[in-house]
Design a protein around this ligand. Structure first.
Ligand SMILES: *Cc1c(COP(=O)(O)O)cnc(C)c1O
Length: 403
């Protein structure tokens, strides 16, 4: 049985929405992007939502808005996808990597130890869709001693008066956040493998504290996604609307309507899609109930936190990196596509050459060595889940028990 890792969810309603855009005569940023922003705003209960062409460009935009520059530091986990650190490096600042906690997510204690007077922002990552401990992180950045360390060097930073928390929520659209804490800015990825997709895209959710006016920040950022041109192409295309000005050095990172249409149609059915993801997760839980050699990823907590079930990130107890690789090879023979989330950044050539060392992140390394991500998406049937579970059990028995 051939099982792909993460195919996009495309039904007739999604195809119809894209065709509607193609027939409308307007294919780049316009009414579909506005409608998508509204859907995500309502769904995530954010103050404002701005769509861009990727998570990565969205993160660069937010760090640029904050005025992050060479000499500054931004705290990121070592256990993440490269984009989290790349966004920081593009601003000229230094990503300060810290280790994971007990699950896959960034350790709040490690964040505390990494804060210096140069720290401008923290980018916690909701690995697999399970939210980080935002109440603890927000409390940390608001502690008087931590605030006293903060050195603002522009108006935005002065108004904020503390470290900005921008969550890498690439995986966690639809996750339930803990009570009493959310990040200042959350960025969802709408990349093809994510829970909701526009093929490529990102959604920036603004929940900045007072005295910021989120609507004003939205307008300023939107201008910045379009070369700082005072009129977007849609407005300019109307009769008599030709006049415009360029008011700054903008980026060009707007989301086209033809892309937004895909995500817009997906958002309308996302509650059902998410429910099916949860059922698939639960089918795995039942399938692996008798396997004490395996740890399921975190999914729910007593205080109302719930994952968006983006990854089925298993950890297999007591295995070496080599055994994990052998298990993957066995499962691949059965035509089941699996992945590893993630190869920690210090193990990758670029970051190693920048001087990051894997020995400094033992928890991230242990996670990496024992981790295998199995397919999880709404189209998976219970029969397919059972097949994958049996493949995993057989591969484990063969590789680890020599059976
Ligand atoms: C996918 C992903 C990104 C990058 O998203 P893009 O939309 O492709 O830029 C960033 N962080 C994490 C954790 C991701 O999984």
């Amino acid at each position: 049985m051939k099982i792909p890792f993460s195919p996009p969810y495309i039904d007739e309603s999604i195809i119809d929405e894209v065709v509607d855009t193609l027939r409308s005569g307007w294919i780049t940023t316009g009414p579909k992007v506005k409608a998508l922003e509204q859907e995500i705003k309502t769904y995530s209960q954010s103050e404002e939502v701005l769509c861009v062409n990727s998570w990565t460009s969205g993160a660069m935009l937010m760090l640029t808005w904050l005025g992050v520059k060479p000499g500054d530091e931004v705290i990121v986990p070592a256990y993440t996808y490269c984009a989290t650190a790349h966004a920081v490096i593009h601003t000229g600042a230094k990503p300060v990597m810290v280790d994971s906690g007990e699950d896959f997510n960034i350790s709040v204690d490690a964040i505390r130890k990494a804060i210096t007077p140069r720290t401008k922002a923290i980018l916690p990552v909701d690995i697999g869709g399970f939210p980080c401990d935002y109440p603890a992180i927000m409390q940390l950045v608001n502690e008087p001693e931590i605030k006293a360390m903060f050195v603002p060097d522009n108006e935005v930073q002065r108004q904020l008066g503390r470290i900005l928390v921008v969550s890498d929520s690439a995986h966690s659209l639809g996750a339930k956040l803990p009570h009493g804490g959310r990040s200042d800015v959350a960025i969802f990825s709408l990349h093809a493998v994510k829970n909701v997709t526009s093929a490529e895209g990102g959604a920036i959710c603004l929940n900045l504290p007072a005295p910021f006016d989120n609507a004003a920040v939205y307008s300023e950022l939107r201008l910045n996604t379009l070369n700082c041109q005072t009129k977007d192409a849609f407005t300019k295309s109307q009769a008599g609307g030709w006049k415009y000005d360029i008011v700054g050095l903008g980026m060009k990172i707007n989301l086209p309507d033809v892309n937004a249409a895909i995500a817009l149609a997906q958002m309308r059915i996302y509650p059902q899609l998410l429910e099916r993801r949860k059922e698939v997760f639960q089918a795995y839980e039942r399938g692996f109930a008798d396997c004490d050699w395996m740890v399921m990823p975190p999914s729910v907590t007593e205080n109302g936190v719930e994952s968006s079930y983006h990854l089925l990130a298993l950890r297999i107890k007591g295995i070496t990196e080599e055994q994990r690789n052998d298990i993957i090879a066995e499962v691949a023979k059965a035509e089941v596509a699996v992945n590893v989330h993630y190869v920690p950044l210090p193990m990758l050539t670029y970051f190693r050459e920048l001087g990051y060392q894997m020995e400094d992140y033992p928890k991230a390394f242990a996670n990496y060595c024992s981790e295998i991500s199995l397919p999880i998406y709404p189209q998976l049937t219970d029969e397919q889940v059972n097949y994958i579970v049996n493949c995993m059990k057989e591969a484990y028995a063969k590789v680890v028990k020599g059976e």
